[in-house]
Design a protein around this ligand. Structure first.
Ligand code: FAD
Ligand code: UDP
Length: 365
């Protein structure tokens, strides 16, 4: 059996690509090394709760085309992400807003909050911030940096903030309103019934083989299709010929609790360095499940090593330089396309992944 495209990986990138190519009559086969589809957005129903098996996923975008695109397949609820930070037992609202400033300093007006932050910044500001620590202090001052950023970020990335690129922290909004919405985007929500249903809709007419690792049968797969879309790790594809790119790994510890409400919020971040996990997710709050039980997941970040699942690319200068070597090399293989977070080595949210996949479809057309 010959295919037009072999797609390695059933994550969001591979699934959108397969769906669109199939629509224009291209024959696609997806192989997936896990026993589940959807990559990291896979959700599984347990005790009436859709469990985000690979970490909390909140869909958010300001791109109307992408919002309309996903809404063709599934309805979204109106979930708004408003995580809580727990630092040494005290709770603060995220992202940094008037509720946070009230919790920290008791200030009740934007003027009072601005004054404290401006005074703190005046003392510590750096002209041209060259790392995450300097950037964060310039943004919110040293108190918020110490309590809500430093410990969390160093656990998440396994490096001191002075060695991390500043773009990571630009993602967090700072507001002088009482608004706990973590995102500034126009559209936000969770697919009602879970993300797996979105993937199932995308793959309705596509042949998918799970438990198939491309590398275990490379020769067979290389000869089954005219073109390959590879959404795994690009350095692994080239047998790490220029060396290993750096990734972050994760561990998830999930448990069912015999209570209906464990922490009162979907996401609670633990921002102090001494607590080993970064956050606790309580899955039922994504969709207001009325289950009598609850399911929680402790998320731990860890150093990635060969053989582990790679979750986050580390887009600092050193790794970006190494990635460009792999990207250049890939140009010698016009019948192999690279896509997704691991194939493009890019820290992308779901909306960006869909946009990139649709752009690749246009190119292929
Ligand atoms: P993946 O989902 O990684 O899919 C790649 C697939 O390829 C996997 O299923 C993998 O098993 C398979 N594969 C790899 N190698 C092989 C091989 N050799 N053979 C066969 N199969 C292979 N985005 C948001 O927009 N909002 C969020 O709230 C959000 N939260 C996140 C939280 C966490 C903890 C993480 C890790 C990511 C989060 N993201 C979030 C990002 C989101 O997960 C990604 O944008 C999206 O899932 C990437 O899709 P993908 O197809 O590129 O990759
Ligand atoms: N961050 C932080 N404190 C928090 C939450 C996030 O300092 O309580 C920082 C951290 O550096 C993190 C970045 O903000 O890597 C982006 O956070 P986000 O929650 O957007 O990341 P993701 O969901 O992709 O892990």
């Amino acid at each position: 059996m010959r295919y037009d495209y072999l797609i390695v990986g059933s994550g969001l990138f591979g699934s959108v690509f397969a769906h669109e190519m199939n629509k224009i009559g291209k024959k696609c086969l997806i192989i997936e090394k896990r026993n589940t589809i959807g990559g990291n957005i896979y959700t599984e129903k347990t005790e009436g709760i859709n469990v985000h098996k690979y970490g909390a996923h909140i869909f958010h975008t300001s791109n109307e085309d992408i919002w309309n695109y996903v809404n063709q397949f599934i309805k979204f609820n109106r979930f708004t992400n408003s995580p809580i930070a727990n630092y040494k037992g005290k709770l603060y609202n995220l992202p940094f807003n008037m509720n946070t400033f009230y919790g920290l300093w008791g200030v009740k007006t934007p003027e009072e909050a601005k004054k404290i932050i401006e005074d703190e910044k005046a003392e510590y500001e750096t002209k041209n911030p060259s790392n995450l620590e300097e950037q964060a202090i310039n943004l919110v001052g040293p108190t918020i940096y110490e309590i809500l950023i430093k410990g969390y970020t160093e656990k998440q990335w396994g490096k001191p903030c002075t060695q991390l690129p500043s773009f990571i922290i630009k993602r967090l909004p700072v507001r002088f309103t009482f608004d706990n919405n973590y995102f500034n985007d126009l559209y936000q929500g969770i697919p009602i019934g879970g993300y797996t249903q979105l993937i199932e809709k995308l793959l309705e007419d596509i042949e998918v083989k799970t438990n198939e690792d491309y590398f275990e049968n490379k020769e067979k797969w290389d000869n089954i299709a005219d073109k390959i879309l590879f959404t795994g790790m690009i350095d692994q594809f080239f047998d790490y010929c220029y060396g290993e790119l750096e990734y972050r790994g994760l561990n998830f510890e999930t448990e069912i609790k015999d209570t209906s409400n464990y922490q009162g919020n979907a996401v609670v971040n633990y921002t102090e360095a001494e607590i080993p996990y970064t956050r606790i997710i309580e899955h039922k709050h994504f969709e207001n499940s009325d289950s009598e039980k609850t399911i929680i997941t402790h998320e731990y970040s860890k150093t990635w090593k060969k053989g582990d699942e790679a979750y986050y690319p580390v887009n600092d200068d050193k790794n970006s330089e190494l990635y460009s070597k792999y990207e250049d090399l890939s140009k010698n293989y016009p019948n192999i396309l690279f896509g997704g977070r691991l194939g493009m080595y890019k820290y992308m949210n779901m909306d960006e992944v869909i946009k990139e996949a649709l752009q690749l479809v246009e190119k292929e057309k």
